[in-house]
Design a binder for this molecule. Structure first.
Ligand SMILES: NC(=O)c1ccc[n+]([C@@H]2O[C@H](COP(=O)([O-])OP(=O)(O)OC[C@H]3O[C@@H](n4cnc5c(N)ncnc54)[C@H](OP(=O)(O)O)[C@@H]3O)[C@@H](O)[C@H]2O)c1
Length: 265
């Protein structure tokens, strides 16, 4: 009998991470759910049980190196193999740079970038043994600088660069590196901004549908997944006409400024 595949998903307590966990579980993958909020992690676990699969909870604050080490030890000790690691957890700290605290900058860079880098390194040997997949949830901001989003944009540019470079050494070990750039979804991350910009939730893409496509691509061992949405058009525009696109984004700057105030931490 074929052994059950195992996936570790960070940021699985809500939003896109929860949906990716549920869709992977539907494909008979056993899930290790990672995030800080235990109650929400249990809600994800219950949703997975409802689709007839099983999940394990590991509460971990990814900004804490001690807790990241405990996560790695937990996986080594409790699972014989590891097939997928999905780096999904992230925080969006928005607003003018002068109003963002050093703590918020460090938390963002550690959650969105350093945790993903170090966990990729720490699980690399296990993933190589399973010929597994490391999945990175990037963003349109991996390609297009968004006004008043300098910290988040920096982490997403960096995660794209990290993933695409890691590909070379991972490939030689049989690991597939997957990167995706999801469109705007209505989640806790975007709610404040949506409210400030008076955008209705229906203007956003559904997390479940986005997650389903991501899971399909991961299981097919694809290297990347683009969503052909207006954000994708913006990405192409920025690539070929950076000056015009920057001007367009500058026109929008006031709208962003008002919206981002909602998100300033
Ligand atoms: N929403 C969008 O429109 C959009 C668009 C493109 C890309 N993305 C990307 O998609 C991914 C998911 O975003 P989302 O919209 O689903 O965000 P979300 O609803 O805010 O969820 C973020 C997840 O990250 C976890 N997390 C945050 N800080 C953490 C920490 N220090 N330690 C452990 N877990 C932590 C949260 O769990 P706890 O709070 O329980 O720890 C939560 O499960 C992110 O990488 C985001 O950049 C989102």
């Amino acid at each position: 009998m074929q052994r059950k595949k195992i996936a570790l998903i960070t940021g699985a307590s809500r939003g896109l991470g929860r949906e990716i966990a549920i869709h992977l579980a539907k494909r008979q993958v056993e899930i290790i759910l990672v995030a800080r909020d235990k109650q929400q992690l249990h809600e994800t676990k219950n949703a997975i049980a409802a689709v007839g699969s099983s999940a394990h909870i590991f509460r971990c604050d990814l900004t804490q190196s001690v807790e990241r080490k405990e996560l790695v030890d937990y996986v080594q000790q409790n699972f014989a193999s590891l097939d997928f690691v999905v780096h999904n957890a992230a925080v969006l700290v928005s607003g003018p740079l002068t109003q963002i605290s050093s703590t918020a900058i460090r938390e963002s860079v550690t959650t969105n970038l350093i945790a993903a880098m170090e966990l990729s390194r720490d699980f690399f040997t296990r993933l190589a043994a399973a010929k597994g997949v490391i999945a990175f949830i990037a963003s349109t901001t991996s390609h297009v600088p968004m006004p008043y989003n300098s910290i988040y944009t920096a982490t997403k540019f960096a995660i794209h660069g990290f993933a695409k470079t890691l590909h070379y050494e991972a490939q030689s070990q049989g690991i597939r590196v997957f990167t995706t750039y999801p469109p705007a979804m209505y989640t806790d991350m975007t709610q404040g901004m949506a409210k400030a910009m008076k955008l209705q939730p229906c203007k956003f893409y559904a997390c479940g549908a986005v997650a389903q496509k991501i899971v399909r691509a991961i299981l097919k061992r694809k290297a990347h997944l683009n969503f052909y949405t207006p954000e994708y058009v913006l990405t192409i525009l920025y690539q070929f006409f950076p000056r015009i696109t920057t001007k367009l984004l500058e026109w929008n700057r006031k709208k962003f400024a008002i919206a981002m105030k909602e998100n300033i931490k």
